[in-house]
Design a protein around this ligand. Structure first.
Ligand code: BMA
Length: 290
C-alpha cells in the first residue's frame, strides 16, 4: 500500500475535550458523492466517542464537526463506543461498533442516509446481538449473499462468520479464519472493514497481530456466493507500521482500519495509526489480484 503524502489526515484537537488526546480507527464510506468518516475519539476522560468528518472526491477533508455524533448511552457501553464500521444498505447506514463496558461486545445501530447527509444524528435503537460474548471487529456485508445477510466478527483470536434474515438476529456462527503460526498474523486477526465486492469474490481486508503486538493489514478473497469459503489469503501483509506516526503514539506500532472505498482499480484505505491519528493509503486491485 502507498501512503498519502499529507498523512496524517486527521489529528486530535486539543481545544475539544472529547477528542483532545487521540482520534483513530475511522469507518470510511461513500454516500451522496462524499466520503464520510466516523472516527473513534478520546479526550481527558478516556471514554471513546465518535466524531465525524467528510471529504471530497480527492479525499481532502472539507468539514469536521466540533462535537461528537455518537456517545455511550447504555450500561453496555459505559466505557465507550469504539471502532465503528459502516455499511450502506438500501436507505440506511448500518453501524457495527465495539460497545465497551467491562468487556467489549458488538453494538449495532443504524441511521437513515438522509439524516447522515444532513448531519441530523438520529440514530436508531442500539442492539447487542451477542450478549455476554467478548467480541469485536464486526462488519456487515453490503448485500444479502445467497439469501441472507452476512456478518464477520471476532471472538479472540479468530474471525467468525454469522448470518441473518433481518440484520437483528444473527445465527449459524462459524469460525472463518484463524491466526497462522510464525507469521505476521499469528496472535489474532480481525476484519478491517466491510468487504469490497469484486467479480472475483469478496475482498476482505483484515488486521493481524504478531507476538510483538504489531498490527498490520492483509487480505482474504472470499467466495462470492459462499463467503465462508476462503479462496485466497495473502501470504504477506500489505502494510506495516514504519512511519513515525504509526510507530509512536498511544499504542505504538498499530495500523488498524475500519473502512476502505474502491474507485475503479484503486482501493483507498483509511486507518488509525498508533491509536493516535488517522492516515490514508491506497493500493491497486490489479496488482493484488494478479
Ligand atoms: C484493538 C482495539 C483497537 C485498537 C487496537 C490496538 O483491540 O482496541 O481500537 O486500535 O486494539 O490498540
Amino acid at each position: 500500500m502507498a501512503r498519502f503524502e499529507g498523512n496524517p489526515i486527521l489529528a486530535p484537537v486539543p481545544e475539544h475535550p472529547w477528542e483532545s488526546k487521540y482520534v483513530f480507527n475511522p469507518a470510511m464510506f461513500e454516500l451522496g458523492g462524499k466520503t464520510h468518516f466516523l472516527y473513534r475519539a478520546m479526550g481527558e476522560d478516556m471514554i471513546s466517542r465518535l466524531g465525524y468528518a467528510w471529504a471530497d472526491e480527492k479525499f481532502n477533508v472539507k468539514e469536521r464537526l466540533s462535537h461528537p455524533v455518537f456517545e455511550p448511552k447504555t450500561p453496555q457501553e459505559v466505557r465507550g463506543c469504539e471502532d465503528p464500521r459502516v455499511t450502506v444498505i438500501d436507505e440506511y447506514c448500518y453501524m457495527a461498533y465495539t460497545a465497551f463496558s467491562w468487556t467489549p461486545q458488538i453494538g449495532l445501530t443504524r441511521i437513515h442516509s438522509n439524516d447522515l447527509l444532513s448531519m441530523s444524528w438520529n440514530w436508531g435503537e442500539r442492539i447487542y446481538p451477542f450478549p455476554e460474548v467478548t467480541n469485536k471487529d464486526a462488519v456487515i456485508y453490503p448485500r444479502k449473499v445467497s439469501g441472507r445477510y452476512v456478518m464477520l466478527h471476532r471472538i479472540d483470536p479468530n474471525i467468525c462468520i454469522a448470518y441473518s434474515d433481518d440484520l437483528v438476529t444473527w445465527e449459524n456462527h462459524n469460525v472463518l479464519a484463524t491466526p497462522r503460526e510464525g507469521r505476521w498474523d499469528c496472535v489474532k486477526i480481525g476484519a478491517a472493514g466491510p468487504p469490497l465486492g469484486l467479480d472475483e469474490g469478496w475482498l476482505q481486508l483484515y488486521h493481524g497481530v504478531d507476538l510483538n503486538r504489531f498490527y498490520r493489514l492483509g487480505a482474504m478473497l472470499l467466495d462470492k456466493d459462499d463467503p465462508k469459503k476462503i479462496l485466497y489469503r495473502s501470504e504477506d501483509h500489505f502494510i506495516e507500521p514504519c512511519e513515525h506516526y504509526e510507530c509512536n503514539g498511544h499504542v505504538p506500532n498499530v495500523i488498524f482500519s475500519c473502512g476502505a472505498v474502491m474507485r475503479g482499480n484503486q482501493v483507498y484505505v483509511a486507518y488509525g495509526a498508533s491509536d493516535t491519528c488517522i492516515a490514508m493509503s491506497r493500493f491497486s486491485l490489479n496488482e493484488i489480484l494478479s
